[in-house]
Design a protein around this ligand. Structure first.
Ligand code: MN
Length: 280
C-alpha cells in the first residue's frame, strides 16, 4: 500500500506545514506530492522549503506565486505599476528573496507546470491549476464539467491532482477519471465562515498495487498562536491581511484591500526600487 500525502498552497505558513507533516507521518505516509504555491504571503518561506525538500517528493510543480519568481528572474515583470496585486507580488517576492537562498528562489522558479507520476501502473497527473497554466479560474470548484474532463486531454492519467483554489474537491469526469484537490495547508479559505476554522488542509491518496484505494481529505489543527507571533515579529508585508485570513478562514487579498495597503505603506515605491535593484 502506498499512502501519498498531497501538499498544496502552504504559502509560507510553516506552523501549518509542521502540523500537516506530523499528521501525515502518523497516518503512515510513504510518499509526497507538492502541488505549488508553497511559499509567498507567509513569514517563513525558508523553513517551509527546507522541510519540503527533506521529503524528496515524487513530484513538485510550480504555482502562480512561484511563477512570479520566474518572471522576476527573467526581467519580464513589467507594467505592474497600475495593478495593485502585481505591486503586491513584487513586494512579497522581495520579502521571500530576503528569506530564501538564491538556490531556493531559483529552485521554485524552475519547477515544471505539470508532472506525470506512475504508481505501480496507475498514472497521476500533477499540476497547480491546469496542466498548461498555473493561474486562472478554469478549475474553480463551480467550473463546468467539460473543464474538468479536458484536464485529461492527451493524457493516460486516471487521477489529476491540483491545488490553487484553496478549496478541497473530489470530482469524477464524464469518462470516469478522478480530479482531486487537497485544499490549502497554509491559507484554507471558505465563503461561509461557519465552515472555516484555524486548520490546515491536505490530502492522503492511497494506492494498493496500482489500484485506487481511497482519498482522505484531512483538516489538521495547528499552532495558530505561534504563526500569529511569527507574522507579527517578522518584516512581513501585508501582515494584517495574512493575520486576518489565517484567523478567520475568509479570503482577504481582494483588490481594494491590497490597494489600500499599497497606499498606506508606499508599496508602489518599494516595488519600483526592488525592480531597479534586481536582487533576485
Ligand atoms: Mn495558487
Amino acid at each position: 500500500m502506498r499512502t501519498i500525502a498531497v501538499l498544496s498552497d502552504s504559502h509560507g505558513n510553516y506552523s501549518a506545514l509542521q502540523a500537516v507533516l506530523a499528521d501525515a507521518k502518523n497516518q503512515g505516509a510513504t510518499d509526497y506530492l507538492v502541488v505549488g504555491d508553497m511559499v509567498n504571503r507567509g513569514p517563513r518561506p525558508h523553513e517551509v522549503t527546507a522541510a519540503l525538500q527533506a521529503l524528496h517528493p515524487l513530484a513538485w510543480v510550480i504555482g502562480n506565486h512561484e511563477e512570479v519568481y520566474q518572471s522576476l528572474l527573467a526581467h519580464q515583470f513589467k507594467g505592474f505599476e497600475d495593478n495593485a496585486k502585481a505591486i503586491m507580488a513584487v513586494v512579497t517576492s522581495g520579502y521571500d528573496r530576503s528569506q530564501l537562498s538564491a538556490d531556493e528562489f531559483r529552485f521554485y522558479a524552475s519547477r515544471p507546470l505539470q508532472q506525470d507520476v506512475d504508481i505501480d501502473g496507475l498514472l497521476l497527473s500533477v499540476f497547480h491549476a491546469t496542466p498548461t497554466s498555473c493561474r486562472g479560474s478554469y478549475t474553480a470548484p463551480d467550473a463546468p464539467q467539460d473543464h474538468f474532463d479536458s484536464l485529461f486531454d492527451g493524457s493516460n492519467a486516471l487521477i489529476a491532482l491540483y491545488g490553487h483554489t484553496h478549496q478541497p474537491l473530489l470530482r469524477p469526469t464524464t469518462h470516469g477519471q478522478l480530479v482531486l484537490n487537497p485544499g490549502s495547508i497554509g491559507q484554507a479559505v471558505t465563503i461561509n465562515l461557519r465552515l472555516a476554522g484555524a486548520k490546515a488542509e491536505y490530502g492522503l491518496l492511497r494506492i494498493d498495487d496500482g489500484h485506487f484505494a481511497g482519498w482522505e481529505q484531512r483538516n489538521v489543527p495547528y499552532d495558530l498562536a505561534q504563526e500569529i507571533e511569527w507574522a507579527k515579529t517578522s518584516d512581513l508585508p501585508y501582515a494584517d491581511l495574512y493575520l486576518k485570513l489565517i484567523q478567520t478562514g475568509g479570503f482577504t487579498y481582494n483588490r481594494p484591500a491590497v490597494a489600500a495597503d499599497n497606499l498606506a505603506n508606499d508599496f508602489l515605491r518599494q516595488a519600483q526600487q526592488l525592480i531597479e535593484k534586481d536582487p533576485w
